[in-house]
Design a protein around this ligand. Sequence first.
Ligand code: SF4
Length: 475
Amino acid sequence: MTSAPLHFHDRIEKSLHNPVLQAALDRNAERRIAGRNQRFGEMAAAEAVRDRGRAIRIETISRLDHYLEQFTANIERNGGHVHWAADAAEARQIILGLVRAAAPERPAVVAKSKSMVSEEIHLNPALEEAGVQVVETDLGEFIVQLRGETPSHIITPAVHLTRDDVSALFHERFGMAPTRDVEQMTAVARRELRQVYFRADVGITGVNFGVAETGTVAIVTNEGNADLTKDVPRVHIALMGLERLVPTLTDLELMLRLLPRSATAQKASSYVSLVNGPRRPGEPDGAEEFHLVLVDNGRSAALGSELAEALLCIRCGACLNVCPVFREIGGHGYGAVYSGPIGSVVSPALFGAAFNELANASTLCGACRDICPVRIDIPAMLLAVRARHVQAGQPPAWLAWGLKAWAMGLQAPALYHAAQWAAGLGSPLLAREGYIRRLPPPLDAWTGRRDFPVFARETFRQRWQKRRQPTDGGH
Ligand code: SF4
């Protein structure tokens, strides 16, 4: 879902009062960041590799029309079919048509591997509504699907859950004896999923990178589930945001060094599949039909905007792990498919002004920019989104009036001094032990989590003058 029923602040509040979530997020972030730093520390000329990665993405995005033309022509030459979807509705319609055509006589079964674009276009609910059985085959996605949830992290969809949560879920759904043994739980999931591949009429996968010069689709996993998803069913549909290209196979090789190190602290992902169209005569595996669905859904519009740099993203999730806000509220706190720092830019860029307020949930510490493998300047774009938010008149009236009054006070010295005097006199009345611990709404949003020091009775200027007087008198 791109929106949640709760207001943003209520979702934040809910997350902050969930100690299990906080512990899970901290564990995940610390492990991922330490691992990522170690991997980049070991890599020769790591900073130069990151620079090169950024240059490749900039080159791709700045000549996207050229590379898309080359990519799609090569896909078709390789025997694949290319479908262009302007928006989410069109993408759903195309995929539903392909799925129905693959099983015209009965309700179709779809095996699906991880794809954030499929979340973005709300594919599963649309397919299920049409009577299609969809089964997520990535373990984390399988778990969140069983719970009726959406992924809470780009890379680790079930990061918000503990092993006890999963054990209870598998006990309820599959009769598994309660356990804390992850291997045992994985074996149950494997048993359930294996049969799905053989029943599936269609396999739907995401795409990590498309290679323009060859028409190759690269899919990266650590579980091998994408390979079974794309190879066993008769039809393979690959779903891709149209910005996820690189010009050459050499560029892909570099990206495949950056992505696993940033995402999962691995030197290489366990499975990297390169799909060059449908199975050819004499080949032992692969789908008989290969379809690529290229989704725009706001990307072309973002290209010409101040948020275009967000299209460089390779969805590694490192900026989520390092973000102090994400570490407190988790992915579901954002109420958007794409969460964390990059989600606070991508969501307004792709889905519109309703998501502008996400950019306020940032300390602007810059950690996301520092860790990003392709050095995306996320803080600069967060400020741009905040500016949009203000210009659209979305801040609450009390804040707008408060800022106006503040500006007036700053421009009129007499008013400013009067306000200082009043605050110095009045604020101690609200304080305990030198700090104001609670203010009335809407200012309680500040004091709910922080104490506010009382205003000084004397201004700095008054104290300075006092200090100088005896000295001056002595001369
Ligand atoms: S913005 Fe950078 S760090 Fe964040 S997910 Fe994208 S590539 Fe990774």
